[in-house]
Design a protein around this ligand. Structure first.
Ligand code: SF4
Length: 329
C-alpha cells in the first residue's frame, strides 16, 4: 500500500442557516486518505456533501473543524493562506467548463495564468508550454489562439484539464468533470483523464454520482451520505462484497447488460423515503429512516467507522464482513 499524499481527518464544514443554532451540516466528520498514484471515487447522491468536500480540500471554504494535510504538511487553512508550493500540488477541474473558463481570454492566456502565478516556466517559454499542455490533452497547439465560446463543451473541458495540469500537480480533484457534457464526449474525456493519470503518475479524487463509472476507473471508492462516509473500500471489494445497506441499495440498482453480471449483484435493497435535510440530521445512524434493517440501536447511536475486512471500512452497527455469521445483514 503506497503512502498517503492527502489526509482528511474528522473534517466538518457547517454553514449557518441564519436561524440561531441551526446549521447545514454539509460535511459532518469525514476522514479518508488518498494515496500515491491512486484514483479515489467519492460517490453520493445530490446533497450528500461530496462537492463541499472537494471545495473544502481546495481551500475554497474555511473548515469548521478537523484537519487536512498534504504529505504531512498542514493544509487546513483557506487557499489564500496556503503556502504557494503546496497550492500548486493540488488542482481542481470543475463540473462546468462553460463557467470555469474566462470568456474574455483566449486559451493561451487561460493556460498562461497558472504558469505566471506559480512561476512554472520563464516568460519566453510560456507559449511552448501552453502548446505542450494542449498536446497532452489531445488538442491542436494552435488552439491557444481560440476563445472558449468557439469551442465545444468537451474541448472546453480539455482546456480546463490542461490548465489544471499547468502546475504539474500530484493530486487532481475532479468534480463531476463529465456530468455537464454530452454523453457522446464523456467517454473521450474520461479516457483522456485516465491516460494522463497513468502517464503523469497523479492521484485523483473523483467526485461523482455515477457508481458504474467508478467500477471501471477507481482504485478505491467512498460512499458519502448526508455529510458522512458510510463505506470505503478497494473498488473490487466494494462491488463484490458491499457491506453498508446504502451501498447495497446503490450497487443493486446499477443497470447491467449481462445475466452473469446480474447474478453478481447484491440482493436488491429497497430505499424507503427521501434523503433527510442536512439541517436536521436524524439521531443515531443517519440512514436509519431509509434502512430496511434498522434496529433500536440504529435509532439511538451513530455507528462508528469500523474496518470489517482488510482496508474495507463501514459505518453500520450490523454490517460485518464476508461471512454472514459475522454480520447481521
Ligand atoms: Fe441500517 Fe442500522 Fe446499519 Fe444504519 S446502522 S445502515 S440503520 S443497519
Amino acid at each position: 500500500m503506497s503512502d498517503p499524499i492527502l489526509t482528511v481527518k474528522n473534517l466538518k464544514k457547517y454553514f449557518p442557516t441564519g436561524k440561531e443554532g441551526k446549521f447545514v451540516k454539509a460535511i459532518d466528520d469525514v476522514s479518508f486518505e488518498i494515496r500515491e498514484n491512486e484514483v479515489v471515487g467519492l460517490v453520493g447522491e445530490s446533497g450528500s456533501g461530496k462537492s463541499t468536500t472537494a471545495y473544502t480540500i481546495m481551500g475554497m471554504h474555511a473548515i469548521t473543524s478537523g484537519a487536512i494535510t498534504y504529505r504531512g504538511r498542514d493544509l487546513s487553512m483557506p487557499a489564500k493562506k496556503r503556502p504557494a508550493e503546496l497550492k500548486k500540488e493540488i488542482q481542481i477541474v470543475f463540473q462546468d467548463p462553460g463557467t470555469s473558463l474566462n470568456p474574455q481570454r483566449n486559451v493561451g492566456q487561460i493556460l498562461q495564468m497558472p504558469l505566471k502565478v506559480h512561476h512554472i516556466v520563464e516568460k519566453h517559454e510560456w507559449l511552448k508550454r501552453e502548446e505542450e499542455l494542449l498536446r497532452l490533452v489531445g488538442m491542436e497547439p494552435d488552439t491557444v489562439y481560440r476563445y472558449p465560446k468557439s469551442l465545444g463543451g468537451g474541448e472546453r473541458q480539455l482546456v480546463a484539464i490542461a490548465r489544471a495540469l499547468a502546475t504539474n500537480p500530484s493530486l487532481m480533484v475532479l468534480d463531476e468533470p463529465t456530468s455537464s457534457l454530452d454523453v457522446s464526449i464523456q467517454a473521450k474525456i474520461i479516457r483522456t483523464l485516465m491516460d494522463l493519470q497513468k502517464k503523469l503518475g497523479m492521484s485523483y479524487l473523483f467526485i461523482t454520482h455515477d457508481m458504474s463509472l467508478m467500477r471501471n476507473i477507481a482504485d478505491r471508492i467512498a460512499i458519502m451520505y448526508l455529510g458522512r462516509i458510510m463505506e470505503m473500500a478497494p473498488a473490487q471489494a466494494f462491488f463484490e462484497n458491499p457491506q453498508h445497506p446504502y451501498t447495497k441499495m446503490l450497487v443493486s440498482s446499477i443497470p447491467v447488460v449481462l445475466e452473469e453480471e446480474e447474478k453478481l449483484k447484491p440482493d436488491r435493497v429497497e430505499s424507503r423515503g427521501e434523503i433527510p435535510s442536512p439541517v436536521d440530521i436524524p439521531p443515531g445512524c443517519r440512514f436509519h429512516g431509509r434502512c430496511p434493517y434498522a434496529e433500536e440501536i440504529c435509532r439511538r447511536e451513530e455507528p462508528p467507522m469500523r474496518e470489517v475486512l482488510p482496508d474495507h471500512y463501514v459505518a453500520c452497527h450490523l454490517a460485518g464482513g464476508k461471512n454472514e455469521t459475522k454480520g447481521r445483514i
